[in-house]
Structures are given as C-alpha cells and as structure tokens.
Design a binder for this molecule. Structure first.
Ligand code: CMX
Length: 436
C-alpha cells in the first residue's frame, strides 16, 4: 500500500466515529430550516451536504482543508524552478488534510507514473467521434469508457465489504487522475493540431507534463498547475461537485461519476462560462475592429447583453458575495506575466465596468467576477485560442476535488442520496392552507 493510501486509511478510520456519533446521538438536532423560496429556488443555501475538503465562505471565498489560496500556493512543495506547487502535493493535501513533504509528493508522482498509461480503446473511441464534437463531449465520453477497467466494479461483484469500498474507489480515482491530463491533451492535439500527438514525459510533474503534451513552453506549466489547483473544489453544492457526489452515492464507479460531473460542468451557467467569456469578448472585439473600447463603449456592450436577456458571463455567483479569490489569483498572474495583453486589458476594464451595472440593474445578488472571468485570458495569451477547450481545463482540476470527496464519502459510508420532493398543491397547503 502506498504511504498516501496508508495515511488516508488512518485518517478515515479516525474520522468514522465522529460521523457515527453525530448520526446516532445527535441525529435529531436541526441544522437548518427550509423555506419555500429555497425549495423552488434551486435549493439555494440549504445546508444538507457534508465535506471537510473545502469550505466556501461567501465573503472570504474558498479554503482548501482550511487553507486560503495564497496559503496553499505558499506552503505546498514547489516544482524546482517553477513558481507554482506540485498538483500532486495539492491532491495529497485534499485527501489527507496534511501539507506533504517533498518525499511524499515524489511518491504520488511515482504512483501516477505507474498508472498513467491510457488504454488504446480510449483513443480509438475519441478518433471515432465526429471531429467537431465539443471537447467536453469527447472528454466525458473518454472517461466514461474506462468503466471497463473499474477496480470497484470488479470488487463489488466479488462481494467487497462496505467498509472497504473507499479503497477500491481510491484505486479507480488514482488510475483516472494519472490518465486525465493525457486524455485532455490528446483531445486538444487531435482536434485542433491535426492529430500531431506529443507523448507523455514520465520525468515531468502533472502540470509540467500537461504543458509538454499541449506543446506549449514555460510558463504554461505553471498556468496548468495554478488552473488545476484553483478549479479543484468549491465545496459540495455546485453542479459539478454535487453531480459527481450524487452519482457515486448510487455506487456508480469513479468513471461514471466523473463523466457525469463533466456533463454538469459543461453548462453555460457553470464551467462553460469560461468559454462564454471569450466568445463574448470576441464579439466585442469584432464589432470594435480590434480596438480597445473606451469605458463608455464597454458599458454599452454590457447593457446590450443584459437587455437582450442574456447573463454577463464570468460575473455573479450562487454563494460568493465578493470578488472570487480564484479570479484574484489569476489576475495576479496576469499582472505579473501578461500585463499588456489586450484581452487582459478588456477583462480588467470589465472588472471596473460590470459590477456597478449589475448593481444598477438590481437583479444579481453578487455583481462581482467569478473564476471564469479571467481564466480564458491566460489561455488565449499562451496560444490556446480554441475557447471551446477551456472547460476541459476546468474539468481536469475539478476531478481532483470530486475524486477526493467521493473517496471520503465512501470511507465514511454516506448513503445513496435521495431528497424528498413535494407537489405545488402541498406547498400551497403549507403556505396558505389551500385545499387541492
Ligand atoms: N448577468 C446577468 N444577470 C445575472 C448575472 C449575470 N452575471 N448573475 C445573476 N444574474 C441574474 C440571474 O439570472 C437572476 O435573474 P432572474 O431572476 O431573471 O432569473 C438574478 O440575477 C438573480 O440571480 P442570483 O441569485 O444572483 O444568481 P444565481 O445564484 O441564480 O446564479 C450564476 C448564479 C453564477 C448562475 C449567475 O450569477 C450567472 O448566470 N452568472 C453568469 C454565468 C457565470 O459566470 N457562471 C459561472 C459561475 C462560476 C462557476 O460555476 O463556474
């Protein structure tokens, strides 16, 4: 057993009595009240999920295992010669709650190397798809196809004990995470670079190897590391995290669960917003003939978008009530590495112009930018201009967090999810006593 898996086992066994005690001794204690507006309104704010892997405070933003983004970037072991930490070390933190040593990071790297060969059938399936399929469709299909190799599926059929489910999910998760960067880079090169595939380099870390397989030089390796870390987890209620968790609660294996997670991420109100931002900006640039719009011109574009009934992509959030620190981390990267990039200037202008307009319009509860407002800019700058691909990058990162959550959910024996629905008649009865 790897030292990461051993440590995880210790942590899960230590944690189990806490969960069991809460359910057995305090199961009737109320956590929350549920209002009709929440029942109809997308379950917004209802406290009904548990995760210790990340927590999203509306005003502070995300903490991973108790650490803010700047703390994570500062404390985790860094790749020699790079600004950003190892993604492998970040996964160790998500899974165990501990900051790993360099030796522990190297062990994860070795574990990934031993698991990273992508079966040929995955590439065959990708090559059989229409080349103009959306890259998210390709990504989700490729991942789902690997159900064929699921360790959990085979163990379950043999009669594995419930207490050991997490161990088989761990095997599947590590097998998948080791392969995911190559699958994503393959989709990119197959679809957009005439199938000129660059083989994986076993000496490189996850972020470095991804940049290498994409065919993009430094500092794109640091961009990859930063992206995968920032997009990994945002507690459990967002569509992608929740979908992955829900599907796995039926004991569907990691491949089914992460594929489902990607399908949720592919919606324009969620992960696809990073593609939408660039599409929207392209529209602005085209109509300006490439010239940077003035503040007044930009305001008009924003109002035109709102008045046509569309949302301004990259702004607003269901939980956050301030600027997303994931946006700020990317903005800092831009200020350091691409301050004069024209698209960065557009996005920075939007940062100034959009929030007051959304406030004036008075609908959005949060007028501030989210993670997706900034992420496409960096990709565009380093040559990834096929903006349909941006959500795939989000998906690689999100898989780290969702796999970690699924392993823990099985480790703590969380049951199949099954909330209760009511009818409109019932709500009317509760609200004002109407008899149907
Ligand atoms: N532009 C225009 N209108 C917006 C808006 C925006 N950026 N954000 C919210 N609104 C509108 C909503 O559409 C809603 O309008 P209706 O009452 O007509 O339906 C109203 O303001 C209230 O919405 P809210 O409670 O503030 O926001 P929600 O929790 O319902 O939705 C989100 C959150 C992210 C879907 C929404 O802010 C949005 O559509 N943003 C743009 C798309 C985007 O950037 N998504 C990515 C979010 C991050 C991620 O998950 O990756």
């Amino acid at each position: 057993m790897s030292s990461l898996k051993k440590k995880l086992e210790e942590k899960i066994l230590q944690h189990r009595p806490r969960t069991e005690r809460l359910v057995k001794e305090y199961g009737d204690v109320k956590v929350d009240e549920v209002k009709i507006s929440q029942v109809i309104g997308g379950m917004r704010g209802i406290k009904c999920l548990v995760t210790d892997i990340s927590y999203l405070d509306p005003f502070e933003g995300i903490r991973f295992r108790g650490y803010t983004i700047p703390e994570v970037l500062e404390k985790l072991p860094k790749v020699p010669g790079a600004e950003m930490p190892y993604v492998e070390g970040f996964l160790y933190l998500l899974l165990t709650g501990d900051i790993p040593t360099m030796q522990e990071v190297e062990e994860v790297h070795k574990e990934f190397n031993a698991r990273k060969k992508v079966p040929q059938y995955v590439f065959d399936i990708l090559h059989a798809m229409p080349k103009d399929s959306h890259p998210m469709t390709m990504f989700a299909t490729a991942i789902m196809s690997m159900h064929l190799d699921s360790v959990f599926d085979k163990e379950y059929r043999k009669g594995i004990q419930k207490a050991d489910y997490w161990s088989a999910y761990y095997e599947d998760a590590m097998n998948l995470l080791a392969k995911i960067p190559e699958i994503a880079a393959h989709i990119y090169r197959w679809k957009y670079k005439d199938g000129d595939i660059i083989p994986s380099d076993p000496d490189l870390d996850m972020g470095g190897n991804f940049a290498h397989m994409m065919g993009i030089g430094r500092p794109y390796d640091d961009v990859a590391r930063l992206y995968f870390i920032l997009h990994s987890d945002h507690e459990s209620g967002n569509v992608s995290a929740h979908t992955g968790h829900l599907v796995a609660s039926a004991l569907s294996d990691i491949y089914y669960s992460i594929s489902a997670m990607l399908n949720g991420l592919a919606g324009p109100l969620h992960g696809l917003a990073n593609e939408e931002v660039l599409r929207w900006l392209q529209g602005v640039m085209d109509s300006m003939g490439g010239k940077i719009p003035t503040e007044e011109e930009m305001k008009k574009f924003v109002w035109d978008t709102l008045e046509s009934g569309k949302v301004v992509p990259g702004f607003g959030h269901a939980v956050l009530r301030k600027t997303d620190p994931r946006y700020m981390a990317q903005r800092e990267f831009c200020l350091k590495h691409l301050p004069d990039d024209p698209i960065f200037k557009y996005v920075d202008l939007l940062f100034k112009v959009v929030p007051p307009i959304l406030l004036e319009q008075g609908k959005a509860k949060n007028p501030w930018p989210n993670v997706d407002a900034q992420s496409g800019v960096i990709q565009w700058h380093y040559g990834v201009r096929e903006y349909e691909f941006y959500t795939v990058l989000f998906g690689i990162g999100r898989a780290l967090g969702v796999c970690s959550n699924i392993i823990w959910a099985r480790g703590l024996g969380y049951p199949i999810e099954r909330p209760k629905s009511v009818t409109t008649d019932m709500l009317e009865e509760i609200a004002f006593g109407k008899k149907s």
